[in-house]
Design a protein around this ligand. Structure first.
Ligand SMILES: *Cc1c(COP(=O)(O)O)cnc(C)c1O
Length: 363
């Protein structure tokens, strides 16, 4: 929603082109298309930095804006990108969905772009909400209305459910889980009684794992529940724990057969969203990691139709074998160590199996 509002404020509409990285998720492309503009995909480098030579080659008189993403919390060379977009008279939208904290070229995230967007759900235990900010334009004129008490209630029950499932509400975990079970029961019963019943979802699809653009939510603000939770969030702790967890993962995964950390150091001003790793043999190791219960993310698993090797070979490669381990602030040391040792074991097995097969094939 914030991407759409920002692009609209940059004057993007039907017939225009918006430059986007070939390494992306659907949530970045859908708003462009919803505004009637054409997404034009540019290349990224091995470091995930924007390939400005390629961007320059894709400029046209219809280009209105470019979107850059600070992948996984690691900053893009923003000063260069800012100069480029100013020199070519196109709007710059910084996608800080993976970067809530830290600094970019000495400044807080999102201060170089004409606009920046960020995601509440990726750093805080909230059901909904996004951010639109600008140091260059006013965002006060963006209309925002409340979705109403039903939405606040949905955000509340969803947050309580997550907290109880993860046993974070002692001594209320079990009473709450029981109450939620009763609710699901009643729901199933009423569905049985009236199978034709359909109700409009109470929240946006993005809050339930989707990314489709739903214009009904474009002017809706964050729920009161989520704003309340944010007020209590301990940002200093989130920053410290995410960095600690990342450093621990680096220690474990630095020299492991079958995988390579995408970034081999953690710069002082980076607060990571996740720990990205490149798998040597994803066809073998990825299904095994998933079935072992490793809570992996797989950013850019599905690329927009038409994005292929010719558009950007690195994006295609990363779409297949770059996955992300968690470094979440509320992972216990024990759970994180289990994730890391299990990953090493599984990836090592796939790696040696694959090596055997190859040497067998050669002899
Ligand atoms: C998740 C994500 C978004 C969208 O954020 P939501 O809070 O899920 O709407 C945008 N850009 C990138 C790079 C993302 O990973």
């Amino acid at each position: 929603m914030a991407i759409a509002v920002a692009l609209r404020k940059l004057g993007v509409g039907a017939g225009h082109e918006v430059l986007l990285p070939a390494y992306h998720c659907g949530a970045m492309v859908e708003p462009v298309v919803a505004l009637g503009a054409a997404p034009i995909f540019y290349r990224i480098k091995q470091t995930t930095e924007v390939d400005l030579v390629d961007v320059a080659a894709r400029l046209s008189p219809s280009t209105k804006a470019m979107i850059v993403t600070h992948y996984f919390g690691f900053p893009q060379p923003i000063s260069l990108i800012r100069s480029f977009s100013s020199a070519n008279n196109i709007g710059l939208l910084e996608d800080c969905a993976h970067m809530f904290f830290g600094r970019v070229a000495g400044h807080p995230p999102g201060t170089h772009g004409d606009f920046a967007i960020a995601s509440a759900m990726k750093f805080f235990p909230v059901y909904d909400g996004g951010y639109l900010l600008s140091t260059k334009h006013s965002v006060r004129d963006v209309p925002i209305r409340s979705a109403g008490v039903l939405f606040d209630f949905k955000a509340l029950t969803s947050s309580l459910e997550h907290a109880a499932r993860h046993r974070r509400l002692w001594p209320l975990n079990y009473p709450l889980l029981l109450a939620l079970k009763a609710k699901d029961w009643l729901w199933a019963l009423s569905k049985q009684a009236r199978p034709s019943i359909t109700i409009r979802p109470l929240g946006p699809s993005s809050s339930d794992g989707g990314y489709s653009f739903d214009s009904r939510w474009i002017d809706v603000g964050m729920s009161r529940t989520s704003r309340g939770i944010l007020r209590f969030a301990d940002s200093a702790r989130i920053v410290r724990k995410r960095r600690e967890n990342y450093e621990l993962a680096l220690q474990y995964l630095r020299d492991v057969p079958g995988l390579t950390p995408l970034f081999s150091t953690l710069p002082a001003d980076v607060v990571p969203h996740v720990f990205p790793i490149l798998l040597d043999t994803p066809n073998e190791s990825l299904p095994a990691l998933k079935s072992a219960g490793i809570p992996l993310l797989h950013f850019a698993e599905y690329l927009w139709p038409g994005v292929d090797e010719r558009a950007c070979p690195i994006s295609i490669d990363y779409s297949r074998r770059l996955v992300q381990l968690p470094c979440h602030q509320d992972l216990s040391r024990k759970d994180l160590e289990w994730i890391l040792t299990t990953t090493i074991e599984i990836v090592g097995q796939s790696h040696s199996k694959n090596a055997e097969r190859h040497s067998g094939g050669n002899s």
